[in-house]
Design a protein. Sequence first.
Length: 134
Amino acid sequence: MIKLIVGTKGTGKTKAMIENINAVTKTTSGNVVVLEKSMQLTYDIDHAARLVDLNEYNVAGYDMMYGFVAGVLAGNYDITELYIDGLLRVVDHDLTGLGKFLDDVAAIAGENVNVTITLSTAPDTLPEDVKKYL
């Protein structure tokens, strides 16, 4: 299942995600993984969540991001929660491939992994094929 947290800069997307991460680490029986393009969340999220810096792996674009997500999920079958903070920064703010990316991630996540993604854009700018995830 995919959940999007969408809003323009400064609307509290990351704060909402941090609160969600910290709450779920106390209740989930699986692993929590957070992907972000920097290590800004290091001191904000519970130490039980695994924080991965996408910059360390030079992830850029939807294809590389999909491959990285697939690798993370394939490498650990105990992941129940996956968070991606600031996806549009990773893909250079390109909205054209967003729908396909979300569909592909939803397919590999299945019913067992909850995926939460923050997008720094106005909700009305999202393509139609993305709105089903709001």
